[in-house]
Design a protein around this ligand. Structure first.
Ligand code: ADP
Ligand code: GN1
Ligand code: MG
Length: 369
């Protein structure tokens, strides 16, 4: 099949210091187009890169986005070097173009970037090993720790109100009311599930507004498949997918990780009996995250950890359902009703968290110092 983009033109812009041998689509992200580029160096050895087309219908200011990533990754690199660790594996490394930029804008106004490929590590859609999830928690906690002294005012807000659940809810109500695809009639139960939880959507927004929760530099898209797990040690070696680094709440990162990784089933599992919020997974991540943040969360942050898991899961379910009602314009879909299936798994998890809420609170207490 002929490629949609002139990949040849794109590839020749980046200074790979090696010869491109092959390029193939890669990964299972919902947003960007990702490719793996296999190259050969002069001495005959192989080297690989990630090439990505930034989704500019979602990220409207790709130059600012790349500026954020460039600055944040150099900050992380300094920290990692100072700790005597390996910056080529433990943070993303951008490849420059021949004209000295960290992205290439093609004549069709597509924005491309490239990273060193992190070898000897993988991402997983579903947690296969408890230790991996503990390690992902540690990696994400450390990630926030390393960015603690990063000046938040130097970051562009790439998607304003990204985790403003109240605004996500309002957008959902609007879309459900318009119902342009006439799909509302088939998803009344799901719509009612969301409406019944209206009182919860403004809780974190209000605490933030009241200055009760600290604004930090956060990742904001802490899906389990955005942490690379080392093949040998099982450590969370690198946090990737830095498009949404913005000032935010630590609770967003914690909550979104639980949403994605504490579910033993796929995010789009159709058999909802397989979907739940597994308490053991919850415990592993919580333990790792609190250790990674060096137990520096405030008392109120700790108190709201279980709630954030529920809220971020509800928020994501709202976003999937909104996209379903709106004709699937945001998240990539690969089958009919894909976003609806995704929304259903999220709501099943929310329900399960509601039932296990006290147990989740006890887990947090047990691991807070
Ligand atoms: P999206 O925003 O679409 O989720 P990601 O940046 O998460 O895109 O990339 C998609 C997938 O590509 C990741 O889940 C991971 O498997 C792989 N990937 C991304 N960056 C790297 C890298 N530097 N090294 C190795 N694999 C990577
Ligand atoms: C998207 O890019 P990816 O696939 O890691 C989305 C997240 C959602 C997630 C749900 C920029 O993440 O917010 O939680 O899908 N990213 C963006 O799977 O919207
Ligand atoms: Mg991703």
């Amino acid at each position: 099949m002929k490629n949609k983009y002139d990949l040849e033109d794109v590839l020749k812009q980046f200074d790979f210091k090696s010869k491109v041998m092959e390029v193939k689509p890669y990964g299972l992200g919902h947003i960007n187009d990702t490719y793996i580029v296999s190259c050969e160096k002069e001495n005959g050895s192989s080297i690989r890169f990630i090439l990505q087309r930034i989704n500019t219908s979602i990220f409207k200011t790709p130059q600012n986005l790349m500026e954020n990533i460039k600055n944040v990754t150099s900050h992380l690199r300094e920290k990692i070097v100072a700790e005597g660790r390996d910056p080529d594996r433990e943070t993303l490394n951008l490849i420059q173009t021949f004209d000295g930029n960290v992205f290439y804008k093609s004549s069709s106004a597509d924005y491309w970037r490239s990273y060193k490929f992190i070898e000897g590590a993988q991402t997983y859609q579903v947690v296969e090993n408890l230790k991996h999830f503990y390690n992902a928690g540690k990696a994400l906690g450390r990630f926030e720790e390393m960015l603690k002294d990063y000046p938040a005012d130097k970051l562009y807000e790439i998607i304003p109100d990204f985790h403003n659940t109240q605004k996500r809810y309002q957008a959902f109500v609007e879309v459900a009311t318009k119902d342009i695809m006439n799909r509302g009639k088939d998803v009344q139960a799901e719509i009612n599930f969301v409406l019944a939880r209206e009182s919860e959507v403004s809780v974190l927004v209000n605490l933030l507004k009241a200055g009760k929760l600290p604004l930090r530099v956060t990742h904001n898209d802490t899906k389990f498949n955005n942490v690379m797990i080392d093949d040998i040690t099982g450590e969370g070696i690198c946090v990737i997918d830095l498009d949404t680094i913005m000032p935010g709440l630590s609770l967003y990162d914690f909550g979104d990780s639980i949403r994605s990784g504490a579910n033993p089933a796929e995010e789009d599992e159709k058999d909802l009996s397989k979907v739940c919020m597994d308490l053991e997974l919850f415990e592993q991540f919580t333990k790792g995250f609190l250790e990674g943040t060096d137990n520096s969360l405030t008392a109120l942050e700790l108190e709201y950890l279980p709630f954030s898991a529920k809220l971020m899961t509800l928020e994501c379910g709202i976003r999937f359902l909104t996209d379903h009602l709106n004709g699937d314009t945001y998240f990539k879909i690969h089958r009919e009703n894909h976003n609806l299936d995704r929304a259903r798994t999220q709501f099943k998890m929310v329900k399960d968290m509601e039932e296990k809420f006290e147990k989740m609170q006890s887990v947090v207490k047990r691991h807070s110092k």
